[in-house]
Design a protein around this ligand. Structure first.
Ligand code: PLP
Ligand code: COI
Length: 359
């Protein structure tokens, strides 16, 4: 399939260098769109001016949440190339989400090509301040105008580019996380392993309550016993215990298989660090804290990168981790991952994917 390109006749003003971009608030001049129709498959891939889309108020995505999304980034590499980080993994995971939500599969290689095409069209928007990048948001929605509950016959795949800075306004300062003990995020057989809007909608009330108590996000426990640690709202979690780095195993209620998570596990093991993917009871964590064995905690995610966790509140326990500073291993991982993402260091084969020259 050829991707047609319709350039905007009214380019917007780009943020001046040094302008704080925030996360996901600014959008470039163009977006990618492709349609799906049963019997026709995915068709009409195109880059068009960024703008509103017109949908029937009966469009299925508004009513029953048949939506999936991905989050990835493009970086200005040290040698002037624009780089993607493991984009194939994002579209593999998009198809995992698609399967769970009954959305037709996409061609993963073609989608990587679509991202590259869009990034190249809008490359002049790529921010250059340290720590900035394009946050890339591919998503799919069911668009049939019909109120029956069934999988759609018509979909749109859209890709947006958002020049962005850090996800947390605190940057690399440790975040405070509230361990959620009443609401649950996912249950076995549910949608926890899919990146679908409903998971995030269901998390908002807990996040809102945590915010009101001064916490950035919630750490979810398993949906049955509320005993085992699973993940944070937009990040996987890791704990540095004495002699062992522990991250919850993916099996269980359905934890999102984070690409940053997988990359960190691979890097840590290549450094000879013991990493266990296993069940981790919140009580074990509290005991480790009480015994002085909880040395570091951090979250991992595309938006959040590597984010040190400085405080965990679980019921009456307040665990202050790392004395307000980023831990040694957390910092080493942050440096290693961002060095690879920004092309300052070579990562494992295939992690860095070149798009084009930035200039
Ligand atoms: N868990 C959740 C719920 C997320 O939304 C994200 C973000 O994508 C992650 C984990 C981290 O995944 P990744 O490292 O692929 O961005
Ligand atoms: C990402 O890290 O890409 C995410 O999707 C998190 C998002 C919910 C902001």
């Amino acid at each position: 399939m050829d991707i047609t390109i319709q350039r905007t006749a009214a380019p917007k003003e780009k943020p001046a260098p040094g302008t704080p971009l925030g996360f996901g608030k600014v959008f470039t001049d163009h977006m990618f769109i492709m349609n799906y129709k049963t019997g026709q498959g995915w068709h009409n891939p195109r880059v068009v001016p960024f703008g509103d889309i017109c949908l029937s108020p009966a469009a299925m995505c508004f009513h029953y949440g048949q939506t999936v999304f991905e989050g990835m980034k493009a970086y200005l590499g040290a040698d002037g190339d624009i780089l993607l980080f493991r984009p194939d993994e994002n579209f593999k995971r998009l198809n995992v989400s698609n399967r769970r939500i009954c959305i037709p599969a996409v061609d993963e290689d073609f989608c990587v090509q679509a991202v590259k095409t869009l990034v190249e069209v809008d490359k002049d928007w790529l921010p250059r301040d340290p720590g900035t990048c394009f946050y890339i948001r591919p998503f799919i929605i069911a668009t049939d105008p019909a109120l029956g509950v069934r999988p759609g016959d018509e979909y749109l795949l859209i890709i947006l580019l958002s020049p962005s800075g850090a996800y947390y306004s605190s940057g690399l300062d440790p975040v405070k996380i509230y361990v959620e003990d009443s609401y649950v995020r996912a249950v076995r057989g549910g949608t926890g392993m899919a990146k679908t809007g409903g998971n995030y909608a269901a998390s908002l009330v807990a996040q809102d309550e945590a915010h009101r108590q001064g916490y950035s996000q919630v750490l979810w426990l398993d949906g049955v016993e509320q005993k085992y640690v699973e993940e944070v709202g937009a990040m996987n979690v890791f704990f540095v215990l004495d002699g062992e780095v522990v991250t919850p195993a993916l099996e269980g209620s359905g934890i999102l298989a984070g690409i940053t998570r997988g990359s960190c596990i691979q890097l840590l093991r290549s450094w000879g660090v013991k990493v266990s993917e296993r069940k981790l009871a919140i009580e074990e964590l509290a005991d480790a804290y009480a015994g002085g064995r909880l040395l570091e905690a951090f979250g991992t995610g595309t938006a959040a990168v590597i984010s040190p966790i400085g405080e965990l509140k679980w019921e009456d326990h307040v665990m202050q981790i790392g004395g307000g500073a980023i831990g040694e291993l957390t910092q080493r991982l942050y440096d290693a991952i961002t060095d690879i993402q920004y092309g300052r260091a070579q990562g494992p084969q295939g992690w860095s994917v070149r798009v084009c020259k930035a200039d």
